[in-house]
Design a protein around this ligand. Structure first.
Ligand code: HEM
Length: 230
């Protein structure tokens, strides 16, 4: 088999993984929040419901907006990279692109609003806060570049933006890995302290490596890589 047929096959496998992981996180992390009140979910031990059930109403509203918009962006995002759809149905690409960017705008602003209330304290504020701001900035840059008809820059900014959206998935991969690491190392283990330890790292670990992978993909595709303004 030639390398030219291998590359699309690899890329299809990669995208299938991305879509399955995105659907998995939307189904198992986001949908449960819409199956009952925060108090009921807290009693069932769903995600961070117990932390947010005692927060002021505007914070709870922001949490729900964030989860709904974030899940939408996570699911819609991969289809924007599908060249067949872009070439054959550019109008669909444009409409779903707008839906995606509006979801990022709502999810990002709501994410910044809830970041100061994270149980991870200052690390949560700065880690999730920076993620939220970068999510908004990269989405805005992607939009501005396509308005200027600069397709290459648009693609590069969308790769960075979806890499940040994908933090919702990578966070949920890092967290159990870090929770279980002391067990694998044969160290004494207690859930509360293992969770607190892991949760102190994920607000940054969830997205910093994603940005590095995004920049690598951008260079590999010959798209304009990031340069600091002169
Ligand atoms: C990329 C930018 C994002 C930022 C800045 C962000 C920020 C946050 C913050 C600050 C929290 C509260 C965490 C805490 O209190 O410690 C949170 C929770 C949550 N976020 Fe995001 N998030 C982002 C993307 C997403 C996406 C794309 C989804 C899609 C499913 C999502 C789904 C959730 C869910 C379900 C929770 C509730 C916590 C849980 O049960 O795991 N987030 N997010």
């Amino acid at each position: 088999m030639s390398t030219t047929t291998l590359a699309p096959a690899r890329s299809r496998v990669g995208w299938t993984f991305v879509i399955l992981l995105a659907l998995g996180v939307a189904a198992f992390a986001a949908i449960p929040y819409f199956t009952g009140s925060l108090d009921e979910l807290a009693a069932q031990g769903v995600g961070l419901a117990a932390d947010y059930a005692v927060k002021p109403l505007p914070v709870q509203v922001a949490l729900y907006l964030h989860i709904a918009a974030g899940a939408l962006a996570l699911i819609v995002g991969p289809f924007q990279f599908w060249r067949g759809l872009r070439d054959r149905m550019p109008r669909v690409h444009r409409t779903t692109g707008r839906i995606y960017l509006i979801a990022v705008a709502i999810g990002g602003v709501a994410g910044v609003v809830i970041a100061p209330f994270s149980p991870a304290g200052w690390v949560g504020l700065f880690g999730f806060g920076a993620l939220g701001v970068l999510w908004l900035v990269t989405g805005w840059r992607a939009y501005r570049s396509i308005r200027r008809r600069d397709v290459a820059s648009h693609q590069a900014w969308m790769i960075r933006n979806y890499a940040l959206t994908f933090a919702a998935v990578t966070l949920r991969i890092w967290l159990p890995l870090m929770l279980l690491t002391p067990l694998w190392l044969g160290m004494p283990w207690e859930f509360e302290s293992a969770f607190a330890n892991a949760y102190a790292a994920v607000p940054f670990l969830a997205w910093l490596p994603n940005l590095i992978v995004a920049e690598w993909l951008i260079r590999r595709r010959g798209l304009p890589s990031y340069r600091l303004p002169a």
